[in-house]
Design a protein around this ligand. Sequence first.
Ligand SMILES: [Fe+2]
Ligand SMILES: [Fe+2]
Length: 136
Amino acid sequence: MLLDVSQIPKVALDRMNRVHEEEINLLNQLFEAIDQGKDINEIERLFKAFVEDVKKHFSSEQEMMEQFNFFAYPMHRGEHDMVLGQLTNLEKKWEKEKNPELIKAYIENEFLPWLMNHIQTMDTVTAHFLSHFIRD
Ligand SMILES: [Fe+2]
Ligand SMILES: [Fe+2]
């Protein structure tokens, strides 16, 4: 397992916490499939599911920030866009090389450390702000 869901920092909105937990579940499945040397099609299926989940995760936060005019929306969105750019590059490399180690290295060295930091900073501030308007 890459990360136990109990280790994800909690923010003030449960709907955001649930999205983060679901994402880590998908990430763990992908990571384990690579670790266990599962076949390329299975890894590809899990990788695509993960990328789709990240897109949904980011757009769900962005919709709430837009709806309630969150003051740091451009900054928060900028971090999301940076990661979406990295994932697009990774997908292109994957199409060429189909090398699971590339995905594994990205998850371990880039995505997971980024996500933990992002939740503790941007998502925490955003959830605190939104919790004044949204009850969940
Ligand atoms: Fe988030
Ligand atoms: Fe975020």
